[in-house]
Write a protein that binds this ligand. Structure first.
Ligand SMILES: Nc1nc2c(c(=O)[nH]1)N[C@H]1C(S)=C(S)[C@@H](COP(=O)(O)OP(=O)(O)OC[C@H]3O[C@@H](n4cnc5c(=O)[nH]c(N)nc54)[C@H](O)[C@@H]3O)O[C@H]1N2
Ligand SMILES: Nc1nc2c(c(=O)[nH]1)N[C@H]1C(S)=C(S)[C@@H](COP(=O)(O)OP(=O)(O)OC[C@H]3O[C@@H](n4cnc5c(=O)[nH]c(N)nc54)[C@H](O)[C@@H]3O)O[C@H]1N2
Ligand code: SF4
Ligand SMILES: [Mo]
Length: 758
């Protein structure tokens, strides 16, 4: 086991911002500062302990970014830590029952189970699924790539294809890099056009901005405008200057019409982007069939509103268009995502203060002074076995995972590794996936619960609680509205009595060694040194000297690697010691223009009309020419107190009113003869559920809404609180055949359904 230093108590106790702290004379109190890892907002937490027990978690008022903001989930890390249902020892399934095992036994079982499948000679027979918490963990960010490389499978799947993959694809083709993702410059913009996002519940996504509500309020109080486009009048819509309902699934049409109307109004002005731009005229030309009038029947947005908004957007001193999950999880996700950037470009707002800008995280090679050029972005370097889906960023659509398992033939998937994911609740056609998992020969899950997915595992490798893990937000500092760096050492030791006894990164390291053929007993230190060497060499440093220095500094394996990543990153003088000395974080300043240096397209330009994207526009023209869908369309919903399919086992979060309800507009309800509080059946092409009806004009006429991630009534799961408020699983309704062809992203919104009283 690698030694893990736990976080030193800072100022004992810490008076927040100089205010007198009544508890200050108590020497048994300790205060620890860390970043909440649960969502993308990266809030600072102030955790008070008395005699080693957590007594309070509140927002860290001195956090350089979140300044005391916190949501109800952040303070429940204590309950999560204490949850008796959390898995605290490795588990091996014997005769259909999980039995506790030692770590050595568990890794031996993994080596044997996967080994049998590998022995048959097909590396692709083992699939990997990486879920959302993997992206929020240091272990996932650092160690998932070498693990995947060692497993050598083409069958890589993740929550990205039920989420943001369209954004990676549009960025890849436009800018040459799938991670070159512009975020709205919230703190400086005069005009925010937000589509398919509900940051007052989600706290923001692909736009890391703790206290999103406060930042929206600030736009308005400095005289700017916030406009929210959503089929549901959300809390975010209520906190906006203007709310515009839209028919689900039609954002790409509307965004295309905005481009045309901006052009018609003579407001196209890319400004300093012009010399970096290829394909502007071609783009305007190809989008000309989409006008305020031509898209109105589909979007149900009045042409005069579209024209007015086009003008506002074109004339605003600065403006940012921001599309999130409601625009991505449709069959036109990549087009919508591309059109968001087209709007930011034609209005001259891309890469400009107050517009949509590229963050520059503290790690990664500096781009300043580099010549803009690269290899460009490619998809389809290999294809999936059954439906021949192109790979995108090395992944296949998770909508195709079930068919890869349940379709017999050479190359069939027979083994699976999941990490921090619950695809049996989060992915389309989950009933098929559930059945497919049941037929796997061998499955391993890295997780903290026995849930709908992990109950199928043969071995569960338990991660420590979030408080017992080191934390640095690799993914989200790259998507942040300010450049920030903050590191949290673990608060509890991974070896302490409440924990399973192994760091999450060590679980990854050991699996990597097994997949490399070195066996279950191989020393994980090998992995840390190899990674350190790679980072050192990449940064032109001497690996041996670095290793010695890290040992002298008493850094753990991951800390030493992080230190090197920071020192070889774009910010001078930034290193782990600086972060350890700054528990409230280091503010590296507002976003700065990064074009053209960071372009990695083959042309070295912004490839606005990249043929890989424009080839899909005719499909949008077909939609335009089709008869508008007048069926009821289902959309999802997030609640502040929930987190995808988990955190439903924490009673303070789930207590109160049932949240898994089917929202129905009063007009639709009366037409269907359905009453509030009644159960109704909801039928799609794929499946059927029965849900409790909530009648509300929050949802537009013709739209119904059911949250995802519920349905905690499967046998064999362990979560007594979750089971008492199970809700229903909305992904029984989402089909696995409906995907965005360019990104492979699943359609999770705009699902045609019939609703009937029962
Ligand atoms: N219909 C519909 N479906 C959706 C969505 C939607 O809007 N509508 N949203 C989609 C989106 S955006 C996403 S990201 C996906 C999420 O999909 P997934 O990532 O598949 O599922 P989660 O519900 O996030 O499950 C997280 C899992 O990680 C475990 N876990 C929690 N903390 C840790 C940890 O520290 N370590 C480890 N190893 N495991 C941990 C939990 O127990 C749980 O099993 O769902 C998608 N599904
Ligand atoms: N409390 C909480 N916070 C979370 C999560 C959670 O489950 N709970 N999940 C986290 C994850 S993994 C993610 S990815 C983020 C997601 O964060 P957001 O992208 O902000 O996601 P949502 O809150 O689901 O908001 C999506 C909105 O899109 C709308 N919508 C649906 N279909 C359409 C459409 O066709 N067009 C338009 N314009 N709008 C549409 C929905 O009505 C909804 O209001 O949230 C993260 N934060
Ligand atoms: S908003 Fe997100 S990061 Fe902040 S406390 Fe809530 S869950 Fe944690
Ligand atoms: Mo997500």
């Amino acid at each position: 086991m690698t030694q893990q230093s736990t976080s030193p108590a800072v100022t004992t106790p810490s008076p927040a911002s100089g205010s007198p702290d009544p508890s200050s004379p108590d020497p048994t109190l300790e205060t620890h500062i860390r970043t909440c890892p649960l969502c993308e907002a990266t809030c600072g937490l102030e955790i008070t302990l008395k005699d080693g027990e957590i007594t309070r978690i509140r927002g860290d008022r001195e956090d350089v970014f979140s300044k005391g903001f916190i949501c109800p989930k952040g303070s429940t890390l204590k309950q999560l830590h204490a949850d008796p249902d959390r898995v605290r020892t490795p588990l091996i399934k014997r005769n259909g029952e999980f039995v506790p095992a030692t770590w050595d036994e568990a890794f031996e079982a993994v080596a044997e189970g996967f080994g049998k499948i590998w022995e048959a000679g097909d590396r692709n027979a083992i699939a990997v699924y990486l879920g959302n918490p993997t992206a929020h963990s240091m272990a996932g960010a650092m160690f998932a790539p070498p693990l995947i490389k060692a497993i050598k499978t083409n069958n890589l799947f993740s929550a990205s294809t039920v989420d943001q993959m369209p954004k990676h694809v549009s960025s890849g083709f436009l800018f040459g890099g799938p991670n070159a993702i512009p975020v709205p410059d919230l703190d400086r913009t005069d005009y925010l056009l937000m589509l398919g996002a509900n940051p007052l519940e989600s706290n923001g996504s692909i736009c890391t901005a703790p206290d999103f509500p406060g930042r929206l309020e600030a736009i308005r109080s400095r005289g700017g405008k916030v406009l929210t486009v959503d089929p549901r009048r959300t809390k975010t819509a209520d906190a906006s200057d203007e709310y515009m309902p839209i028919r689900p699934g039609t954002d790409a049409l509307w965004l295309a019409a905005l481009v045309t109307e901006i052009n018609t109004a003579g407001l196209v002005d890319p400004g300093r982007l012009s010399p970096m731009l290829d394909g502007l005229n071609e783009t305007l030309q190809i989008l000309s069939p989409f006008t305020a009038d031509s898209v109105a029947a589909h979007t149900r947005i009045r042409p005069e509103d579209t024209r007015r908004i086009a003008r506002e957007l074109g004339e605003a001193p600065t403006a940012a268009v921001y599309g999130r999950i409601g625009t991505h999880t449709t069959e036109y996700g990549t087009l919508a995502s591309w059109l968001v950037e087209v709007l930011n470009i034609v209005t001259g707002n891309l890469d400009s203060a107050g517009g949509a800008m590229f963050p520059e995280p503290a790690y990664g090679a500096p781009t300043k002074g580099r010549t803009p050029s690269g290899r460009g972005f490619l998809t389809g370097r290999w294809t999936s076995r059954v439906s021949e889906h192109p790979e995108v960023r090395g992944e296949f659509p998770v909508a195709a995972l079930a068919e890869e398992i349940d379709t017999p033939g050479p190359g069939q998937v027979r083994g699976l590794l999941t990490s921090g994911g619950n695809p049996v609740r989060s992915c389309p056609n989950s009933e098929r996936l559930d059945a497919a998992f049941a037929q796997l020969e061998f499955m391993v899950s890295i997780d903290i619960y026995i849930n709908e997915t992990t109950r199928h595992a043969d071995v569960i490798l338990p991660s420590p609680s979030a408080l017992a893990k080191p934390h640095f937000d690799f993914a989200f500092y790259g998507l942040s509205v300010r450049n920030i760096a903050n590191y949290s050492p673990p608060l509890h030791d991974a070896d302490d009595a409440t924990e399973p006894g192994m760091d999450e990164h060590e679980i990854f390291a050991r699996l990597t060694l097994i997949a490399s053929g070195l066996g279950a007993q191989a020393d994980p230190e090998m992995m840390y040194s190899m990674m350190l060497q790679t980072v050192a060499e990449r940064g032109g440093l001497n690996a041996e000297e670095e290793q010695t220095a890290a040992t002298a500094a008493n850094y753990t394996g991951v800390e030493a690697i992080l230190d090197l990543m920071l020192r070889t990153g774009p910010y001078e003088d930034l290193n782990l010691a600086a972060l350890l000395a700054a528990p409230h974080g280091i503010d590296l300043g507002p976003l700065k223009p990064r074009l053209p240096e960071m372009l990695r397209t083959a042309s070295g330009h912004i490839e606005m009309a990249n043929p890989s994207i424009t080839a899909d526009v005719p499909r949008l023209v077909l939609l335009l020419d089709s008869v508008p869908d007048d069926r009821l369309l289902l959309v999802g919903r997030r609640h502040l107190r929930s987190n995808n399919s988990w955190m439903h086992n924490i009673s303070v979060l789930v207590k109160g009113k049932q949240r898994c309800t089917l929202q129905l507009n009063p007009v639709d309800a009366s037409e269907l003869g359905i009453l509030d509080g009644q159960d109704a059946s909801l039928q799609s092409e794929t499946g059927q559920v029965v849900a409790l009806v909530e009648i509300t004009d929050e949802v537009a006429i013709g739209t119904v809404s059911l949250p995802h991630g519920w349905g905690h009534d499967a046998p064999g799961t362990v979560g007594s609180v979750a089971a008492a408020t199970p809700g229903v699983n909305s992904n029984l309704l989402t089909g696995d055949q409906f995907i965005d062809p360019l990104s492979g992203n699943a359609r999770l919104n705009a699902i045609p359904v019939t609703v009937a009283a029962i």
